[in-house]
Design a protein around this ligand. Structure first.
Ligand code: NDP
Length: 276
């Protein structure tokens, strides 16, 4: 079994990106909006800002109070949509309950939607048209590409159908000529379906759900899940111990898909700037 080292891939891509970004002489900008004081969100935003600095993308941060009105958030997004120095706009989720995330994300101009969470990117992806791709599934595709794993003609099984991971992941793989099965909480015969996968991608948020008996000998297994065990330890949706004996490639948690997500956000910001 080969471990897919997400940190190493991420480092390689950031080096590549730094070179591309340098041609823009500090003119690429990402606006990051954080609403409220959720500690995990604060850490994510800090990491994103740090990553921007690392590759030479300017980040403008907007910290809004938890009780900010929807109108004020929309006003800020509208101003950033008009700002030619801003190429990407990111609203850190989750939002306080009184705000409508769907309305807020839709307000971001499609060409600046570097998370790819709006309706247009998903629609374009479904049609196989070039578009911004949400960061986590984009990162998974880059990991597969970086490892020289071809998906064309292969049976890819995706566990999870969320709008930010499962669905775009399925469309990307379909566009890359894989034969795709999407499973969810109502799927029957899940174990058998998983065991028929050449490529198994777990994105359900259930600690160590995928066990060795659900995996075909030699399958590629990508673990998107980020969970905490009862002892507070970080773990994925895949039971690493039993699956490593069956898989040909496997991503660890942490250190697999996770490091790629921020890198692809930077990549999307660069692509947004390159399109203007
Ligand atoms: P969601 O909760 O939005 O979606 C989970 C999906 O899994 C749903 O489609 C649900 O089905 C399905 N599901 C839940 N239980 C089962 C089950 N027992 N069998 C089959 N399917 C099931 O999660 P996300 O997509 O946002 O995230 C998934 C995981 O990936 C989480 O652990 C999250 O933390 C992680 N994540 C990691 C990222 C990274 O950077 N590495 C980025 C984003 C997410 P149904 O639709 O029927 O409810």
């Amino acid at each position: 079994m080969k471990l897919i080292d997400g940190k190493a891939h991420s480092k390689r891509l950031r080096r590549e990106l730094k070179e591309k970004v340098s041609a823009y002489k500090g003119q690429i900008g990402l606006a990051v909006i954080l609403i409220g004081e959720d500690p995990a969100s604060q850490v994510y935003v800090r990491n994103k800002i740090k990553a921007c600095e690392e590759v030479g993308i300017r980040s403008d941060s907007y910290y809004l109070p938890a009780d900010v009105s929807q109108e004020e958030v929309l006003k800020l997004i509208s101003a950033l949509n008009e700002d030619r120095g801003v190429h990407g706009i990111l609203v850190q989720l989750p939002l306080p309950k009184h705000l409508n995330a769907d309305v807020i994300l839709k307000a971001i101009a499609p060409e600046k939607d570097v998370d790819g969470f709006g309706d247009l990117p998903i629609g374009a992806l479904a049609k196989g048209k070039p578009t911004v791709v949400s960061c986590t599934p984009f990162g998974v595709m880059k990991l597969l590409e970086g490892e020289g794993i071809s998906v064309a003609g292969k049976h890819a099984v995706i566990l999870g159908r969320s709008n930010i991971v499962g669905k775009p992941m399925a469309m990307l793989l379909l566009n890359a000529d894989a034969t795709v099965t999407i499973c969810h909480s109502k799927t029957e015969h899940l174990k058998e379906i998983c065991a028929s996968a050449d490529l198994l991608i777990a994105a359900i948020g259930k600690p160590r759900f995928v066990t060795g008996d659900m995996v075909k000998e030699g399958a590629v297994v990508i673990d998107v899940g980020i969970n905490r065990t009862q002892e507070g330890k970080l773990c994925g949706d895949v039971d690493f111990e039993s699956v490593q004996r069956k898989a040909s490639f496997l991503t660890p948690v942490p250190g697999g898909v996770g490091p790629m997500t921020i890198t692809m956000l930077l990549w999307n910001t660069y692509l947004a700037a390159a399109r203007t």
